[in-house]
Write a protein that binds this ligand. Structure first.
Ligand code: ZN
Ligand code: ZN
Ligand code: ZN
Length: 259
């Protein structure tokens, strides 16, 4: 299975509009972060996690030609508002969009035109909303386990496939969800910045959660402009060992997961 990090940035993206900080002015391509999303490919099966604001650009950059399904983590703008741009990938058949009941109801509200009957040629994505109810999902050859996590007061979803898991916008992992994550070896998890935040893990909190899960390869995502890719890599490498490592992810990163 191949995981491609389509976007590794927080809701603003990096650079932030109007900001002149060192990271926003950085020439390092790994400091250019579009909104968080990953693509999962296994054999013929192609699954996207979230349709962020940068989805169109990310799909063109990654050469996405088809999708079997979308998994939604939650309905915040930076994870959802590129949904309309799945349109060209829904001509052949409706695209299943999996999420919690809350997320799907937000999708129905914000994209009401998609679900309202209009004239032919109206140019809308053909979407099939699927409430996963927290139950396992089968897509192609993949079995996907939704993992509830806290995002401030909200309960949102990460997703586990085999020994890989993707968790974004998390500020707390309930005990039962740690159980769902037992045995995960390769983990992408959010770390907004060094300073604390009400609805996101810091770098330290993400490291702590990763250790508790026992993952041996950890990539941080949903990073903001407080974080320089080079500096954080250097800091983390001082703590990394041959058997476990934590590093900042970046747009375009590809991770191979043995299945
Ligand atoms: Zn977010
Ligand atoms: Zn900045
Ligand atoms: Zn969010």
């Amino acid at each position: 299975m191949k995981i491609t990090v389509l976007g590794s940035g927080t809701s603003h993206g990096v650079p932030v509009i109007g900001c002149d900080c060192e990271v926003c002015r950085s020439a390092d391509p790994r400091d250019k972060r579009t909104r968080s999303s990953v693509l999962i490919e296994h054999g013929e099966t192609v699954v996207l996690v979230d349709t962020g604001t940068d989805f169109r650009f990310q799909a063109l950059r990654a050469g996405i030609r088809r999708l079997d399904a979308v998994l939604m983590t939650h309905a915040h703008a930076d994870h959802l508002h590129g949904l309309d741009d799945t349109r060209s990938l829904t001509h052949a058949k409706p695209l299943p969009v999996y999420g919690s009941q809350d997320t799907l109801s937000e999708i129905r509200d914000r994209f009401d035109y998609v679900f309202t009957k209009t004239q032919i040629g109206g140019g809308k994505p053909n979407l099939l909303l699927q409430d996963h109810r927290g139950d396992r999902i089968g897509i192609g050859g993949l079995t996907i386990t939704p993992v509830p996590v806290k995002h401030g007061d909200l309960t949102i979803f990460g997703y586990r496939i085999g020994n890989f898991a993707y968790i974004t916008d998390c500020s707390g992992i309930p005990r039962e969800s740690f159980e769902l994550l037992e045995g995960v070896k390769i983990l992408i998890i959010n770390a907004l910045r060094y300073r604390s935040h009400a609805t996101h893990f810091t770098v330290e909190q993400a490291i702590e959660a990763s250790k508790k899960i026992g993952a041996r390869e950890v990539w941080l995502t949903h990073l903001c402009h407080d974080v320089s890719h080079k500096k954080l890599t250097e800091e983390l490498n001082l703590r990394n060992s041959d058997t476990s490592r934590i590093l900042p992810s970046y747009d375009g990163l590809e991770i191979i997961v043995d299945m």
